[in-house]
Ligand binder design. Structure first.
Ligand SMILES: [Zn+2]
Length: 288
């Protein structure tokens, strides 16, 4: 609980009763269409590798992943945090919606969680199908792995805090990667970069002040997370300048490693029974 500001209002006589009210889940997600994980598992077992991309330290790369394919992100050399963006390959305005994903699945993602797209599309873009760090759970500090709370490290916040310019924050890495992919330059690419899935990052909120914290990722060489592409995707991944994010980011101080993206395609027969989700069914009238 945070400390009340000096001079703030006195607690009312019902304060203890108010604090004692049990919470309710905002979005009970049992009513969402559930992913058919056994189907994904069978499809993954039958899949063959069709592409890969190495993301160098403090850089970003884009890689297309077709609907029905799997994207595997791993640490080929050592602990490394990645900042992941997803776009609809055919329409980059449909992109990963970190905030709504957090509201639906919680602050951190693992097997069975889905990555939802922005309004007005709001549909699953990808489903987490494997996570070698699922054993981590929650630690004594409230830390968990693979968060959807941390936005991305960016040069604007860094400048605000330090007065320094730094060009290899994840925001800039993703901007350069997307600009290189589209060929449209940084001005067109930057507004398409969005809040991320912080792959391998170990984060939480402090119990006393509620501040966002990070600690060194438990990832080691060979750790991985896998996503099933529910629609045609362009994935953008930055190898964060924070490395394992155990000390600081937005600098060249931390030891960094590359990240490996691999794409695996199952045969069509292995996907029988699965359908790419349509865009959201809301009529779009807004009462107008
Ligand atoms: Zn970063």
């Amino acid at each position: 609980m945070s400390t009340p500001a000096p001079g703030g209002p006195a607690a009312p006589d019902y304060a203890d009763d108010a604090r004692a009210v049990a919470p309710v889940i905002c979005y009970p997600n049992e009513t969402l269409p559930q992913p058919d994980l056994p189907l994904y598992s069978r499809a993954r077992a039958a899949a063959r590798k069709t592409g890969e991309e190495i993301v160098p330290p403090r850089e970003g790369r884009c890689i297309p992943v077709r609907a029905g394919q799997f994207l595997r992100i791993s640490c080929p050399e050592g602990p490394q945090v990645g900042d992941l963006n997803l776009w609809n390959l055919a329409d980059l305005s449909e992109r990963f919606y970190s905030g709504k994903t957090r509201a639906l699945h919680g602050t951190h993602l693992t097997v069975g969680s889905r990555m939802w797209s922005s309004f007005p599309h709001l549909r699953p873009m990808a489903t987490v199908t494997a996570d070698s760090l699922a054993w981590y759970g929650v630690d004594a500090y409230g830390g968990r792995v693979h968060d959807v709370i941390g936005t991305r490290c960016d040069p604007y916040t860094h400048h605000q805090l330090s007065g320094q310019d730094y060009h290899h924050c994840c925001h800039s890495n993703l901007t350069r990667a997307l600009a290189g992919w589209t060929g449209q330059g940084g001005e067109a690419a930057e507004p398409l970069v969005h809040d991320v899935l912080n792959v391998f990052m170990c984060t939480g909120f402090t119990a006393d002040t509620g501040q966002y914290f990070m600690k060194a990722t438990p990832a080691r060489q060979g750790d991985y997370i896998e996503l099933f592409a529910e629609i045609d995707l362009l994935a953008g991944l930055s190898a964060c300048p924070g490395g394992d994010c155990g000390a600081e980011h937005s600098s060249d101080v931390a030891q960094c490693h590359p990240l490996l993206c691999e794409v695996f395609a199952p045969p069509n027969a292995a996907l029988e029974g699965w359908e790419s989700p349509p865009v959201n069914g809301y009529s779009g009238g807004h009462g107008l």
